[in-house]
Design a protein around this ligand. Structure first.
Ligand code: LLP
Length: 419
């Protein structure tokens, strides 16, 4: 439990607000975020960056609610985006597009044009065809696009295979052996300006060692390029720092960021700007998914606790067998029973937690913890289920930051046949 989700007279609260009050006012399932938790995580990065040329580009794919973006924009964050839609969200939240870096392997021409029209800080490019496309689009709109190459350092981040991105077999980044020739190609294109280097080796990484291994390879490239007269302004070390879901012990944010910045300085690159692209470590433990127990279904080999949230609301358990702690909001004194916590969706994969000991009754509230990252953003309308409401707590105030979807919202835009 973080300092922001805590127990008040036994009942779970976020900052100064009991979760039961949020459920009573907004219903369930509802995502609940703590503004203080968001701010504290951001400040932990900012503390390491202080006095150095280093910035945070929030990887907004982790949680792109406008109010969450607004909190980070006000704190001075830049944003790491992966689509034109994300850029429009940054603008809608009052963020500065000149602090936006555009990542992703498959940018369309329209997305490139949109980003150039808002003068984004730069593009993290992953292949020669993408360089060519960006060069052509920039030429057409009469701009020069600032580019970094995302390199694939072939480093094992020791995380779940679906969220590991820096190994040779991944679709991401320019293969390490091709990096120099790709930089030369970029430098030769008239509508591109080569400004940096980028690398992102995976997500939910709980050790510093793979980062240092990747960073050393990145710095080797920076030095080889400098010898050829290609002098990079910035080094983007990616995101990926893990959080505690269960008993993981990731490095603390400030210590982690300081270690990387020190390595950059030790190797004589302190004059270059360093960018961090964190997602999960800024928002993951700032959110919980609040759900209500609908039925208890005892069984021969398993007991099921059926709740009103499902895999469409929080996909991580079904998708990665990810663990999220699940807590009774107002614990009962009765003895605990072991349940699989499952949703109403018609799939056996629809589970939120397995073999959890809980003392619960229908109507009780449960909180699925550490759901601030890759929670709501990965939700879907499967089974024609409206997506959850989102609420942001700030001290003793509760702000509804996204309405619960109604069924009629779900089929707006669909069309019957004429006959
Ligand atoms: N930068 C790039 C280029 C990325 O691809 C990602 C995440 C990040 C930064 C932020 O990584 P973070 O700090 O959040 O680990 N849906 C998965 C995680 C997918 C991560 C995708 N890329 C999950 O629920 O665990």
């Amino acid at each position: 439990m973080t300092a922001f989700f805590h127990r008040q007279n036994g009942a779970l609260a976020v900052e100064q607000v009991p979760l039961a009050r949020i459920a009573a006012e907004f219903g369930t399932p509802t995502y609940v975020y703590s503004r203080a938790a968001l701010t504290t995580a951001y400040q932990a990065y900012a503390a390491a960056c202080k006095g150095r040329r280093a910035h945070v580009q929030y990887a907004m794919k982790a949680n792109s609610n406008l109010a969450v973006l607004q909190v980070f924009a006000k704190l001075g964050a830049g944003f790491d985006i992966v689509s034109g839609g994300e850029l429009l969200r940054v603008l809608a939240a009052g963020g500065d597009p000149r602090k936006v870096v555009f990542s992703g392997v498959g940018k369309t021409e329209a997305e490139m044009e949109l980003a150039l029209s808002h003068d984004v800080r730069g593009f993290n490019v992953e292949s020669i065809p993408e360089l060519d496309r960006l060069n052509a689009v920039a030429g057409r709109v009469g701009k020069r696009a600032r580019v970094s190459l995302r390199i694939n350092p072939d480093v094992d981040a020791k995380t779940h295979p679906y969220i590991s991105t820096g190994l040779k077999g991944n679709k991401f980044g320019v293969a390490f052996d091709d990096v120099m020739q790709t930089y030369r190609a970029a430098a030769a294109l008239p509508h591109l300006e080569v400004t940096g280097i980028d690398c992102h080796i995976g997500s939910q990484i709980t050790e510093v060692a793979p980062y240092l291994e990747a960073l050393d390879k990145v710095l080797d490239v920076v030095e080889a390029l400098a010898r050829e007269g290609i002098d990079l302004e910035h080094i983007d070390v990616g995101g990926g720092l893990g959080i505690t879901y269960d008993d993981e012990t990731p490095p603390d944010i400030t210590g982690f960021a300081t270690t990387l910045l020190e390595r950059v300085a030790e190797r004589g690159h302190g004059h270059r700007e360093v960018l961090f692209e964190p997602g999960r470590s800024l928002v993951g433990n700032a959110g919980a998914l609040l759900t209500t127990v609908e039925f208890l279904k005892p069984g021969e080999s398993k007991n099921f606790c059926i709740v009103d949230a499902a895999m469409n609301d929080l996909a991580r358990p079904a998708m990665y067998e990810a663990y999220h702690r699940i807590e009774a909001v107002t614990p009962r004194a009765d003895s605990a029973v072991t349940y699989d916590i499952v949703g109403p969706v018609c799939e056996s994969g629809d589970w939120l937690g397995r073999d959890r000991a809980l003392a619960v009754q229908p109507g009780d509230l449960l909180a699925v913890m550490s759901a601030g990252a890759y929670g709501f953003v990965m939700s879907s309308n499967y089974n024609t289920r409206g997506r959850a409401a989102e609420v942001l707590v700030d001290g003793d105030s509760v702000h509804l930051v996204r309405d619960r979807e109604r069924p009629e919202d779900l089929f707006r835009g669909e069309h019957l046949l004429k006959a």
